[in-house]
Design a protein around this ligand. Structure first.
Ligand SMILES: *[C@@H]1O[C@H](CO)[C@@H](O)[C@H](O)[C@H]1NC(C)=O
Ligand SMILES: *[C@@H]1O[C@H](CO)[C@@H](O)[C@H](O)[C@H]1NC(C)=O
Length: 281
């Protein structure tokens, strides 16, 4: 057999993306013609021995670039999750919370065994977390009343005291700090320390959130976190630990959040409340 040059080139250029993510499953992103405005991250070969819980993700700046947080989301998927980001790969423009609703409606229809839905046969759409960074975190908050959503992850974000009309102009969900009173889901806050422009907002939300399990930690690198690092860096590690705990019921992760693991990894101003009830909430 004679190798054609283009085949060799394709082989070489495909190599760096192999075995992506720190988890047991090589993960990648794709698109689906039936969900045209999103990017879907999952194991290339979904394992038969475990189901894939769902993360719905909103990008920083409410960007419609579904690969903006590709390092983080590929890593998460490699641990046996399906993560659906708002926006197509390299998409342009802005998103709204409607993207998250669409993603959740879609995966609910596609999850489960049977028929030609093979690719998503092992997705478990009964286990759902919604998260986002910065403006994407505000979108995540907007999903708080959807009964399908069990956990919220707020990355470098917090409710903003922006007048409605200005929020509209800036494309920011116009919900003020008092909105925290309407949140009755467990929330984990992953902030970037005092240099993070969202630090006061996120810390205030954490303090004001009541009656639900909650955690906050600051990795002191500012608003942009470590998402551009391979596998999403320290925020990637934290996000995976969080999702394994809440969506895969891996209680050994509690140690990282409440037993000094986060501090040992460089996280500061770590606090939590009510996490004993996290899985039964
Ligand atoms: C499923 O199998 C993979 C590899 O074969 C393993 O790494 C993983 O821990 C298994 N998952 C469960 C839930 O047993
Ligand atoms: C989307 O995000 C990726 C990762 O940051 C970046 O490489 C790419 O240029 C972005 N695409 C657009 C259209 O901005």
């Amino acid at each position: 057999m004679k190798w054609h040059l283009s085949a060799v080139t394709a082989l070489i250029s495909a190599t760096p993306s192999l075995a992506a993510g720190t988890g047991p499953y090589d993960a990648a992103h794709s698109t689906d013609i039936t969900l045209p405005r999103h990017t879907i991250y999952m194991p290339r070969n979904p394992p038969a021995n475990e189901s894939l819980p769902v993360l719905i993700w909103g990008n920083g700046a409410c960007s419609a670039n579904g690969t903006l947080f590709g390092n983080l989301l590929t890593n998460i998927a490699s641990h046996g999750f399906i993560a659906i980001a708002s926006g197509r790969p390299n998409g342009r423009g802005r998103t709204t919370v409607d993207y998250m609703k669409d993603a959740l409606d879609w995966i609910e229809r596609r999850a489960g065994a049977g028929g030609t839905r093979g690719k998503y046969a092992t997705v478990d759409a009964s286990r759902v977390a919604v998260a986002g960074q910065s403006c994407g975190g505000l979108e995540a908050y907007q999903m708080r009343d959807d009964p399908r959503v069990q956990y919220l992850g707020i990355f470098n974000s917090g409710f903003l005291d922006v007048p409605g009309f200005l929020g509209g102009l800036l494309g920011i969900p116009g919900e003020g700090p008092e909105t925290i009173e309407e949140v009755d889901l467990p929330v984990f806050y992953f902030l970037g320390g005092e240099e993070d422009i969202a630090y006061p907002n996120g810390m205030a939300d954490y303090a004001a959130l009541s009656g639900v399990p909650k955690w906050v930690g600051n990795f002191p690198v500012g608003h942009m976190g470590t998402y551009a690092k391979p596998e999403g860096g320290e925020f990637g590690v934290a996000a995976v630990n969080w999702l394994k705990w809440v969506l895969k019921k891996d209680t050994s992760q509690a140690e990282w959040f409440t037993g000094g693991g986060a501090e040992a990894a460089g996280w500061e101003e770590v606090a939590s409340e009510g996490l004993d009830g996290l899985l039964t909430f």
